[in-house]
Design a protein around this ligand. Structure first.
Ligand SMILES: Cc1ncc(COP(=O)(O)O)c(C=O)c1O
Length: 304
């Protein structure tokens, strides 16, 4: 973690070490913190935040689903994110926006509806050192014994800390079994997603991914689908039986920090070519998009 970095907190900037809460606060005790993670990149034309508008929409949607209130308007959050990146000199990295209840509370219900808001900058090298290795080498994945939370239990589309126990259990289990990442099925046995990743399969020339419903509406997922269609790759979003994953020609995971993470091993099955041809094609497109070299998708880049 970069202890010199500046953190946005409710309209002011404070030092990293000052960005603390009491252990007895509601968001710590009950997992009521909501969040978004975004990426920013340096291109020839300067620094840009990837799909800032869509991430803020998803943050507002999370607050709405959970009947919470953000303390700032959409425009003010937009501005605060850009100012936080400006204040920190990193060329590329990640932004974590967190809405939380700092109030000391032993109650189950929220202490109030209005959240506090903090924005942090994270560095890929310092904060996610394993990521570069798995992006280069590919990831080993397994199907988890843990099912994805059902939308009948909680709003699974909400990015709220409490929902992530599900992914923590799945990922811990995968690690204990010697894999890097876990793939969860939903409570009807259909493929869903990873702990913090969307999943994609390739069969022949078709890109296949689980339909929305039980999974997070991933912003990288939707970008990859749009880029694939634009490039002439056939895409399918559907309810997918678990077995299809054992028959795929290529598999990859997607998410903001990883963009596209190729799978090198799916349980017993080792893929010889990493990344496979379609995974590589999409990965190259996504790298060009974030470097500002693909004009078709420049609408996704928001100047810092
Ligand atoms: C459960 C889950 N699925 C998928 C993703 C990937 O979403 P995005 O591409 O918007 O980062 C995330 C991201 O954190 C996630 O938490």
């Amino acid at each position: 973690m970069n202890s010199n970095s500046q953190v946005f907190l409710n309209g002011s900037f404070i030092k990293w070490n000052e960005a603390t809460v009491h252990i007895m606060c509601h968001s710590f005790g009950r997992g009521s913190a909501i969040f978004e993670v975004l990426g920013f990149h340096t291109t020839k034309k300067g620094r840009f935040i990837f799909r800032l508008d869509d991430h803020i929409s998803r943050l507002l949607e999370t607050a709405n689903l959970l009947d919470m209130e953000l303390p700032l308007s959409r425009e003010a959050i937009f501005d605060a994110v850009r100012k936080t990146v400006q204040k920190n000199k990193l060329k590329e990295g990640f932004i974590k926006i967190i809405g939380f209840f700092p109030q000391i509370s032993f109650e189950t219900t929220y202490p109030q509806k209005r959240l506090d808001l903090a924005i942090f900058i994270l560095s890929p090298e310092k904060d996610m050192p394993d990521l570069a290795v798995s992006l280069k080498e590919g990831a080993a994945v397994c199907v988890s014994k843990w099912e994805k939370l059902s939308p009948r239990m909680v709003p699974t589309e909400a990015k709220v800390a409490a929902n992530y126990l599900n992914g923590i259990m799945a990922r811990n289990d995968a690690k204990d079994r010697g894999f890097d990442y876990a793939i969860m099925c939903d409570d009807e046995g259909f493929l869903a997603e990873g702990a913090t990743e969307s999943i994609f399969l390739i069969k022949g020339n078709t890109l296949i991914t689980p339909a929305l419903g039980t999974i997070l509406n991933g912003i990288t997922r939707r970008s990859i689908l749009e880029a694939a269609r634009e490039t002439g790759i056939k895409t399918v979003e559907d309810k997918l039986p678990r077995n299809i994953i054992y028959e795929a020609d290529e598999i990859f995971l997607s998410g903001t920090p990883k963009k596209i993470l190729p799978v090198k091993r799916m349980e017993e099955r080792v893929f010889e070519e990493i990344p496979g041809p379609i995974t590589k094609k999409l990965s190259d497109i996504m790298n060009e998009v974030v470097s500002g070299e693909d004009d078709r998708f420049s609408k996704w880049l928001y100047p810092v």
